[in-house]
Design a protein. Structure first.
Lengths: 288, 415
């Protein structure tokens, strides 16, 4: 198995007396997307700030590409890309100038800025000042900026927050392409659909602690209920539903009976959603 | 992966400075402010009078010759000797720096000082021309107005009265704008004339007078208001540039673009160095441009002036970084800018009047810069004269800059 690109062990961080991150441990491998799923204030962004060197860890350790995290390691920072939740772009510079400027900080002589703008659908607005961009356009430029140095590790903090479905889908495709290229991606989101669609594994984070970490499939299997919902026609012409837990006694017999019934209309499997699992584990929703 | 090399650091700092220059150039307020400052300061300088009027013009009535002629008659009647009369004839009443303008009557003199009666001197010479504005008289051609702000009206029988030891009243008319010191000087002047005319020495033994001029005697070559504006304009250019620099820094902090920079190979010191170099360079360039426009550089002072401006630019960049780090929004920044810049401007005014700067003014960080600029551009101070103040300026610059680095670093880290 490949070495993890991100390796975090018992990491904690305090804002004064408030412990924002509590003893978390996880790994992200090259080509993998780890979704950090949790409500606002759960500690997702703080974790990213610690891992990117913006905050010094309170306790525990973390390594990226085998090197200890920290701000004063330009060689390490040359290998990471970050997309912040806030749109911290230079508004009086064009999209192309923003990208070229960041490329120059990485020492890239011939940046692939136009190629990136093409990927995020901003090539035709390359020369326009960012001040005139919509929220979605700025977010796409943020993504392009995070990719400018072809990073081995990507930290994406709420990359599709507040975007329209079309733009969000386009950004998700781009993120998946980066993972396919081999980048290890830590993606924070409170969007259950996004985490489910994009993430190879999902970590539920609540009040600074990771409460569950596994693939979405395994989490659903572990915490969801295996059941089917059967719809049947009633004698009076109406419709009735029957809920059959698959792990229950006589489940297969009852299913066979219903399958043979002339009144059978439909059979649906009932799968737990990530949100329902999160609520089950934490007692709160993701939008909180 | 290779670690950062010095050349790499240079490129990072250069890239940030280039970006700042681009943002500076795209901010209409900065650009307009810079162009206006240069244009207005340059124009203002050349519009201000470049010469100093060192002669006080004093109106006198009746004209001096009339007073003397009448006095001679009266003294002759009183039995004065021919020698005494000759002495009176030869007495020099006008002193160096004092021009007497004779008017026929006290009423004329009063109106001339009031300004309702204008006095003109023909350019080709000749008798004075009086113009009664109230009567609608036209301004005379080829004549220059004589500004009379103070005058002395002697009674007709002044010399006879004084010589005869009678109580005589002399009236001094002064425009409200005339300072108290000048009025008192005129009263002393009247007393002196009276003693001269009375043919008596003062009833006291006067001490011997000796005036020692410290530094070059500038009598006849006083610094004009234009000369005095030179250091002031350069100083104000530095202050104005502080606003632009502070704004650039606070925008970087408020929009949190600096956070995005810190996750790249750029280190904190790259950021601070870039801001320092850009701010200092910008202030220095603008300050030097002003000094060139006002013709402050000479072959003897250019290096000293450059050094002073460099120290000043560093000091004001430190101030800009403090302001930029302190403000949470535009209003905050404006308040801090005023809070810092107003006290820093005080020394610029104080040094215009040598010897008047109060002790507390000398403690203001910008004092040595203002004093050095004034001494160098107005009074031609040399390196040797300036060493003490240069050291003081360097000390203040270093303290303020170190403080600003610390504050800005902490601010960036807290984002």
């Amino acid at each position: 198995m490949a070495e993890p690109a991100i390796s975090v062990k018992n990491l904690s961080y305090w804002y004064g007396d408030l412990q924002a991150v509590k003893n978390i441990s996880f790994e992200v491998f090259p080509g993998e997307i780890l979704g950090f799923l949790g409500p606002n204030g759960a500690g997702k962004s703080t974790t990213i700030k610690v891992l990117t060197g913006l905050l010094a860890p309170g306790s525990g350790s973390a390594q990226i590409l085998g090197r200890d995290i920290g701000r004063d390691d330009p060689a390490l920072q040359a290998q990471i890309g970050v997309c912040f939740e806030e749109k911290n772009l230079y508004l009086e510079m064009s999209a192309l100038e923003n990208l070229n400027f960041y490329a120059s900080l990485f020492g890239i002589r011939k940046p692939s800025s136009m190629e990136l703008l093409l990927r995020v659908g901003l090539a035709d607005r390359a020369g326009e000042r960012v001040r005139n961009f919509s929220k979605g356009m700025r977010q796409r430029l943020m993504i392009a900026r995070a990719f400018i140095n072809k990073p081995a590790v990507l930290f994406l903090d709420e990359p599709t927050d507040g975007l329209d479905p079309v733009t969000a889908a386009a950004i998700r495709r781009t993120i998946r392409e980066e993972a396919d290229r081999g980048a290890a991606i830590l993606l924070t989101t409170h969007n259950m659909m996004e985490a489910d669609e994009l993430s190879d594994r999902v970590a539920f984070i609540n009040e600074g602690k990771i409460v569950a970490l596994d693939s979405a499939e395994n989490l659903k299997l572990k915490y969801g209920r295996r059941a089917v919902r059967v719809r049947l026609r009633r004698s009076d012409g109406g419709v009735r539903e029957e809920h059959i837990p698959l792990d229950g006694e006589r489940a297969s017999e009852r299913l066979a009976e219903l399958a043979a019934s002339p009144d059978l209309l439909t059979i649906h499997t009932e799968e737990a959603t990530l949100e329902s699992i999160f609520i089950q584990l934490t007692g709160r929703g993701l939008e909180g | 992966m290779k670690r950062s090399l010095p050349g790499r650091s240079g490129k990072i700092i250069g890239a940030i400075m280039l970006k700042d220059l681009r943002l500076y150039g795209r901010n209409k307020i900065y650009v307009v402010l810079t162009v206006l400052t240069l244009a207005c300061f340059g124009a203002l300088f050349w519009l201000i009078p470049g010469t100093v009027e060192e002669t006080i013009t004093l109106a006198i009535s009746p004209p001096l010759q009339t007073i003397i002629n009448e006095g001679k008659e009266a003294l002759r009647e009183l039995g004065a000797s021919a020698e005494m009369l000759q002495e009176l004839e030869q007495t020099e009443f006008a002193e160096e720096g004092l021009e007497l303008v004779g008017l026929e009557s006290a009423a004329q003199l009063r109106r001339a000082v009031e300004g309702t009666l204008e006095v003109y001197r023909p350019k080709g010479g000749g008798d004075l021309i009086l113009r009664d504005k109230a009567a609608g008289e036209k301004k005379p051609k080829d004549a220059q107005r004589v500004q009379l702000d103070i005058g002395i009206a002697f009674p007709d029988s002044f010399i006879a009265g004084v010589a005869g030891r009678e109580k005589t009243t002399v009236t001094v008319y002064a425009n409200a704008d005339v300072p108290e010191e000048i009025r008192q000087a005129m009263q002393s002047f009247v007393r002196e004339i009276a003693y001269q005319l009375a043919g008596r020495e003062l009833p006291v033994e006067l001490p011997a007078e000796e005036t020692i001029i410290l530094g070059p005697d500038r009598s006849g070559a006083q610094a004009s208001m234009r000369d005095k504006m030179r250091p002031l304009l350069a100083f104000f250019a530095l202050v104005l540039e502080t606003y632009a620099m502070a704004s650039l820094i606070s925008t970087e902090l408020l929009q949190r673009t600096v956070t995005a920079l810190l996750v790249t190979p750029m280190k904190m010191w790259h950021f601070l160095a870039a801001k320092t170099l850009f701010g200092t360079g910008l202030a220095l360039l603008q300050g030097l441009t002003i000094l060139v426009l006002v013709g402050a550089f000479t072959p003897a002072n250019w290096l000293l002036l450059l050094t002073i401006m460099l120290l000043g630019s560093l000091l004001f960049t430190g101030v800009a970084m403090l302001i930029g780090a302190a403000g949470k929004d535009f209003l905050d920044q404006l308040i801090y800018a005023l809070l810092f810049s107003v006290p820093l401007m005080i020394p610029a005014f104080a040094v215009l009047f040598p010897g008047t700067a109060a002790a507390w003014v000398r403690v203001i960080p910008s004092y040595p810069i203002a004093e050095l600029l004034a001494n160098t551009t107005i009074y031609g101070s040399s390196w040797r004269d300036s060493l003490g103040l240069l050291g003081y300026a360097l000390l203040w610059g270093a303290v303020l800059y170190a403080m600003s680095l610390l504050v800005l670093k902490r601010k960036v880290e807290s984002l």
